[in-house]
Design a protein around this ligand. Structure first.
Ligand SMILES: Cc1ncc(COP(=O)(O)O)c(C=O)c1O
Length: 355
């Protein structure tokens, strides 16, 4: 599949220079069609039959296996969740941290990680998002590093596996801006969260959590999928592997949509995403202070001349979709394998016209 064919899968590009996969990736026609097939089946044949649950369970296992292969994990290490935030909550609840425990995080994390960190009741130590600063923040009370592989603010990639190895601590990796954007291998990561709706271009309210050693994390937020047998008082025998952390029923339409979305990823995806990110960075750097370094993730952030929120709205009027980062005074463009040179030209033209 060449670039034009791959891009033609996404009707949104017929209208918009859509540069916000960091929030929601573009949807391919095949993704929505796969969802429609399941929704129609639910509509016409009902959501219960001897084969219905078996089919849905088989679909769940197919998604689990596909996600595992995407990040070089075993299917038994993958739990199906609703989001990165959901995955962070599963891990932090299961670790049973107390106020005397410390977790080291960075000053550029998303609330999807920070909220669950706060709820864990551990003492949260905030370091600058930099290898040395993170390691310097570790103390004898540190139980966990909780950091993004790619920062949502600047696209900077952090050496998470190296940090885990050097500190000797477990690491919870927020993979929301990494998985599907840059090659991601779970090696050296104890926990990795995945959002399906961003760089995987999947349906919303769907994600995954990779747990390297599922037996060592307590099932603190059980769902029906967590158990293979249970007692009248709720005691349960956990399912083998990370499936015990499956956080909920997932609409089969969403599972089928994600499988279709994963099918659509071309072999040359990462290479092109990196090249387009660099292209976007260079074009913006001629005009603005760009906060994203070269060869990191696929997000480009810069300091605009006007009010960021007003610029986002003005650019949307011109068919260019980006986002502002509240409180940081910056704008952010997301470049994927689907991004064209023309998208970036449209971004620059629209910015030029709006000061
Ligand atoms: C780094 C990061 N973590 C977490 C999230 C939240 O993701 P989800 O909606 O899948 O919980 C986001 C969403 O933008 C993000 O950028």
């Amino acid at each position: 599949m060449d670039f034009e064919q791959a891009r033609a899968q996404f009707p949104v590009f017929e209208r918009l220079a859509y540069l916000n996969a960091g929030t929601f990736g573009p949807l391919a026609r095949a993704t929505i069609e796969a969802m429609e097939v399941w929704q129609r089946r639910d509509l016409e044949q009902g959501r219960s039959s001897p084969s219905y649950f078996a089919d849905v369970i088989a679909l769940r296992e197919e998604v689990r296996a596909r996600i595992a292969s995407l990040v070089n994990a075993e299917p038994a290490q993958v739990a199906l969740t609703s989001s990165t935030t959901d995955g962070c909550n599963v891990v932090l609840a299961g670790l049973d941290l107390s106020p005397s425990d410390e977790v080291v995080t960075t000053s550029h994390e998303h609330f999807g990680l920070l909220g669950p960190l706060h709820a864990s009741r551990a003492h949260i130590v905030v370091a600058e998002p930099d290898r040395d600063a993170i390691l310097a923040a570790v103390s004898p009370r540190t139980r966990l590093l909780a950091i993004s592989r790619v920062l949502w603010t600047t696209g900077r990639a952090l050496p998470v596996a190296e940090l885990a190895a050097e500190s000797g601590l477990p690491v919870l990796v927020d993979g929301a801006q990494a998985v599907g954007a840059i090659p991601t291998d779970t090696a050296g990561m104890d926990f990795l969260t995945i959002s399906a709706q961003k760089w995987l271009c999947g349906p919303d309210a769907l994600g995954a959590l990779v747990v390297s050693d599922p037996e060592r994390l307590r099932v603190a937020r059980p769902s029906y999928f967590s158990q293979r047998d249970y007692e009248p008082d709720g005691h349960f025998e956990a399912r083998p592997g990370a499936a015990r952390f499956d956080s909920q029923w997932i609409a089969p339409a969403s599972l089928a949509g994600l499988l279709a979305a994963l099918e659509a990823i071309p072999d040359w995806g990462f290479e092109r995403a990196t090249a387009m990110t660099e292209h976007c960075r260079a074009a913006l750097a001629e005009r603005y202070e760009v906060l994203s370094a070269s060869a990191q993730g696929t997000l480009v952030s810069w300091r605009p001349n006007g009010d960021p929120a007003e610029l986002v709205a003005a650019l949307h009027e011109r068919g260019v979709v980006i986002r502002d980062l509240p409180g940081r005074g910056t704008l952010r463009a997301s470049c994927g394998w689907w991004t064209s040179e023309r998208d970036i030209e449209r971004l620059v033209e629209a910015l030029d016209e709006n000061g």
